[in-house]
Every structure is written in structure tokens, then in C-alpha cells.
Write a protein that binds this ligand. Structure first.
Ligand code: NAP
Length: 258
């Protein structure tokens, strides 16, 4: 008996889970992508692209496609989608799993200023001109457009729609090595790094490079997880644990004879 699974993707954990599920006869899994990245990594699972139309739209999808397990493996900063998934699982009761990769934590030599959001990150750069490396994602540059007089080096996967004045753009997709990150910071005379606390290994090297160079880091804290009270829901840290949860869901469904 197949368990119908919907994975909300857009993270390395979602890709890893998709790879684990390929060819597994216990599951009929679909990977959903928002469609933000022009050339996403090819999906090994059947996939769909684009929004559902809010929590109600997602609840309709869960109903129409008889989804029996909803895995929210979006990026930790994709707060709207997580919120919608939880609301949809309330509207159309569905076992829910959130894959939340561990946040980065500062080490002894780190010089982090932790801020609650991107506006506060722009403020934290202060009034005097600095050379800042921004690795915040192309959708989160707006606060810096309004934050002169800094010189920015922006790195993103796809070109941003708007760039702050006095910006150099680098288009690149991780993972990056510590040696390359260090060289980039030295070559561009970077004085401060601004990043979200995305967690994960793929983009962690910039933190080690900043540490080695004694550079300050403005670190945007994670949005809080949605309230899961009253739901059949769990939070795990990685794709392997997500697979274990799915296996448990599949055997429970088999025992119930559904
Ligand atoms: P978001 O603000 O949480 O979500 C905005 C809307 O995008 C959602 O309400 C939903 O539209 C749609 N959406 C988001 N993820 C989706 C998915 N996996 N499948 C179908 N629709 C989805 O999301 P975001 O921060 O813009 O991120 C968009 C995508 O990029 C996500 O897949 C996320 O994992 C990935 N990503 C985000 C970041 C980041 O820093 N935010 C970084 C790397 C990757 P409807 O309401 O119409 O359903």
C-alpha cells in the first residue's frame, strides 16, 4: 500500500529526502517547489511548481490528492509557507512533519551581532561607510537599498530585481570552501558579513572565514516555528529522520488497513 506524501521543498534537506524516496515502493511522493529559482536542481521525484493559493489552497490540494503525510522541508526562513502548511493541516487534518535544520551557533572567536530581522541587520551596519558582504538572498535586499552609504558585495543564485546603489553582484550557488570565502573577503576588502542564520554545511564556510579574519558578522535570527499544539506533528533536523517518520506513517497506515 502506497502512502501519498507531499514534500514542500526548496532546501537541501528536501532534495536529500527526495533522493532517499526514489524507488521506495512504500511511498507515492510529490516534491513541491515555489518556482523562485530559474534553474532548480532536477527533481528525482514527480514534482509540481508554484504556490497553492494560501492555506486554503494547500488544504484543497491535500484533500484532492489524498495526501496522507505532509513534509514541510522548506528553507528555515520560508516562514509563510510553514505557517500555511500548519494552517492547512488544521483545515484538513494531515500528519505533518517540519524538517528544521539546526541553526548555526557562535564559537569563541566569533564576533556576531544577532538581529531579529533584515531591517535591523541594515541598521546594525551603522552610519559610517563599510564594505559589507551580503549573503541574505535576493528577496531580502530592500532594507539595504534604503541604507546608504555602504558598499555592498551581494552574492545570490539568481539576479535580484533591485540592487542597492554601490553594489557589486556575484551570481553563485554553494557549497563554498573556506579558502574561497576567505579569498573573496580579502580580495574585496570586506569589513562585515551579513547573513541569515540558515544553518547547514553548504554555506557555513563564510562563518569560518570571517572568524579567521576577525571580521564581524551581522546574523539575522530564525523566524519562530509555528505553534503545533493540537496537531499530529513533529519536528526533525534532517532527511534521514524525515524518512524514519515517513516509514512510521506508512506502517501505521498499513496497520489501520487504509
Ligand atoms: P515563503 O515566504 O515562506 O512563502 C511565500 C509563498 O510562496 C507561499 O505562501 C506559497 O505560496 C509559496 N511557496 C513557498 N514555498 C513553496 C513550495 N515549496 N511549494 C509551493 N509553493 C511554495 O517562501 P520564500 O521565503 O519566498 O521561499 C520560497 C522558496 O524558496 C521556498 O521553497 C524556500 O524553501 C526556498 N528558499 C527560501 C529561502 C529564504 O531565505 N526565504 C532561501 C533558500 C530557499 P501560496 O501561498 O500561493 O501557496
Amino acid at each position: 500500500m502506497l502512502l501519498n506524501v507531499l514534500i514542500l521543498g526548496g532546501s537541501s534537506e528536501a532534495s536529500a529526502l527526495a533522493a532517499l524516496l526514489v524507488g521506495d515502493a512504500r511511498f507515492a511522493a510529490v516534491l513541491s517547489l515555489a518556482g523562485r529559482t530559474a534553474q532548480p536542481a532536477p527533481s528525482p521525484l514527480p514534482s509540481r511548481t508554484g504556490g497553492f493559493g494560501g492555506a486554503e489552497g494547500l488544504a484543497d490540494y491535500l484533500h484532492t490528492h489524498r495526501v496522507e503525510a505532509l513534509v514541510v522541508a522548506t528553507h528555515p526562513f520560508a516562514a509563510q509557507m510553514r505557517h500555511n502548511a500548519v494552517a492547512a493541516a488544521r483545515l484538513r487534518p494531515t500528519p505533518l512533519l517540519i524538517v528544521d535544520r539546526p541553526a548555526w551557533t557562535p564559537q569563541a572567536a566569533d564576533r556576531w551581532t544577532v538581529v531579529p530581522d533584515m531591517m535591523a541587520a541594515a541598521d546594525a551596519l551603522g552610519p559610517l561607510p563599510r564594505r559589507a558582504l551580503l549573503t541574505v538572498g535576493r528577496q531580502d535586499l530592500e532594507p539595504f537599498v534604503a541604507a546608504p552609504p555602504h558598499a555592498y558585495l551581494v552574492r545570490s543564485i539568481d539576479p535580484p530585481a533591485h540592487l542597492p546603489a554601490n553594489t557589486e553582484l556575484i551570481l553563485a550557488r554553494g557549497p563554498f570552501s573556506e579558502a574561497d570565502e576567505r579569498q573573496l573577503m580579502l580580495d574585496r576588502k570586506i569589513e562585515v558579513l551579513v547573513t541569515k542564520n540558515a544553518g547547514g554545511a553548504a554555506t557555513e564556510a563564510k562563518l569560518a572565514a570571517a572568524r579567521g579574519l576577525g571580521l564581524p558578522v551581522v546574523m539575522v535570527a530564525r523566524p519562530a516555528l509555528p505553534d503545533l499544539t493540537g496537531l499530529e506533528a513533529q519536528v526533525v533536523a534532517d532527511a534521514g529522520s524525515a524518512l524514519a517518520w515517513l516509514v512510521h506513517q506508512a506502517s501505521s497506515a498499513t496497520e489501520r488497513g487504509v
